[in-house]
Every structure is written in structure tokens, then in C-alpha cells.
Write a protein that binds this ligand. Structure first.
Ligand SMILES: Nc1ncnc2c1ncn2[C@@H]1O[C@H](COP(=O)(O)OP(=O)(O)O)[C@@H](O)[C@H]1O
Ligand SMILES: [Mg+2]
Length: 193
């Protein structure tokens, strides 16, 4: 599961990049799931229809086949379906657990794009069903406190790694105690400025 404390930190971008890297570069079988049922986005990224998706599958009384979209031979997309203002019962259902269990049998990687942890309860519900969490942090914007709260609410032991997003060269240089000039050119000319 790809998670973050707040909106627009880069969850959808990170889950897409992760899915493309694992499916294209590593040739693994990947299922990318849009589990942000209130504000679906992955169908826009891949320019595919979002008429039906995970949300519909969870809401329907009868179990139908989920509308999977084959993006490439190794990448399959499960869109969210039309926005659902109240997806919590679906996300906590036995059906959701079965969807994830079946998916993990059929794919090497199942990647879930999710809503912000600090704003909605949805992601916390999903967090309990996944193996590991990748936490995206928008550097320079998200406060340390917000990140800490997100870590506590999903569970520190479930976080496999953190993606520090939107890092500027300038910030890195400052962190390592170089001026941006010496950071960029010092090595090349063999001396610092
Ligand atoms: N490192 C980045 N560089 C450039 N654009 C970015 C970067 N990270 C995110 N974005 C853009 O910012 C917007 C919000 O990112 P998104 O992945 O949709 O966030 P979230 O899913 O966490 O709400 C999108 O338009 C995305 O393409
Ligand atoms: Mg998103």
C-alpha cells in the first residue's frame, strides 16, 4: 500500500511509478489498484474509463468479476469506479479481503493507491489488510508532526520504506553542509568553493 499523511503528497504518482518499474523493468506481474474510492485518479493517469471498478465490486450484492484493465502484458489496473462518498463498509468487507487474497495469488505484486491517512479513516482500514506500507512524504510541506501521526496510525512496524518526494537539490546541499555551488561543481573540479 502506498500511503501518505496528506493529499497531493505524491501517492498516485509513486504507486504508478512503482507499478511501471516492477512490471516493465523487472517484468513482474503487477496489479495496480485504485483504492482511493472517494477521489479516484489512476484511470486519469492511464487514460482509461472508470465506469466500473473496485468500489462497484465491493458494493454489489452479487459477486461479479472485477473490471480489470490490461495496461501491458505485465501490468493490470483495477480502477476505483465512480466516486463513492462512503466507501468504509466496502473497504472493511470480507469481499475486500477476498479480492486482496485472490490478487496476491495471481500477481507478483499488488500495489494499492490510497487516500490520505490523516484526513480519512479509509487508509487505516486498508493498512490492516496489506503486507507492507510505502509512506510518501512531501518534503518541505508536510510537517514532522503530521508524518509522525501517520506513522502511528498505520503502525510503524508495517512501513517498509519512505519516499521523500519533491526534494530540491538545494535542500540536499544545505543538509550535507555544502553550498549548492560546491555541491554541484566541487567534485568535478576536485576542490570546494
Ligand atoms: N516529484 C514530483 N514532481 C513533479 N510533480 C509531482 C511530483 N510528485 C507529485 N507530483 C504531481 O503533483 C500532483 C499530486 O500528486 P499525486 O500523486 O496525485 O498526489 P496524491 O495521490 O498523494 O494526492 C500530481 O499532479 C502529480 O503528478
Ligand atoms: Mg492520489
Amino acid at each position: 500500500m502506498v500511503a501518505s499523511a496528506l493529499a497531493s503528497e505524491g501517492k498516485t504518482l509513486t504507486s504508478t511509478n512503482l507499478a511501471l518499474t516492477l512490471s516493465e523493468s523487472y517484468q513482474r506481474k503487477v496489479l495496480l489498484v485504485d483504492a482511493d474510492l472517494r477521489r479516484p485518479a489512476l484511470h486519469d493517469v492511464f487514460q482509461v474509463p472508470n465506469l466500473m471498478g473496485l468500489g462497484d465490486g465491493l458494493r454489489n450484492k452479487q459477486e461479479q468479476k472485477l473490471p480489470l484493465i490490461q495496461v501491458s502484458p505485465t501490468l493490470t489496473l483495477l480502477p476505483a469506479g465512480k466516486p463513492d462518498p462512503d466507501p468504509m463498509s466496502g473497504l472493511t468487507s470480507e469481499r475486500m479481503k477476498r479480492v486482496l487474497a485472490e490478487a496476491s495469488e495471481q500477481f507478483d505484486w499488488v500495489i494499492l493507491d490510497t487516500p490520505p491517512v490523516a484526513i480519512l479513516p479509509d487508509a487505516n482500514l486498508v493498512a490492516a489488510m496489506v503486507d507492507v506500507i510505502v509512506l510518501v512524504v512531501d518534503s518541505g510541506r508536510t510537517s514532522y508532526t503530521a508524518v509522525q501521526k501517520a506513522i502511528e496510525s498505520v503502525g510503524r512496524d508495517r512501513i517498509m520504506g519512505v519516499v521523500l518526494n519533491r526534494v530540491k537539490d538545494r535542500d540536499l546541499a544545505a543538509h550535507y553542509g555544502y553550498s549548492s555551488y560546491s555541491y554541484k561543481y566541487g567534485g568535478r573540479y576536485g576542490r570546494s568553493y
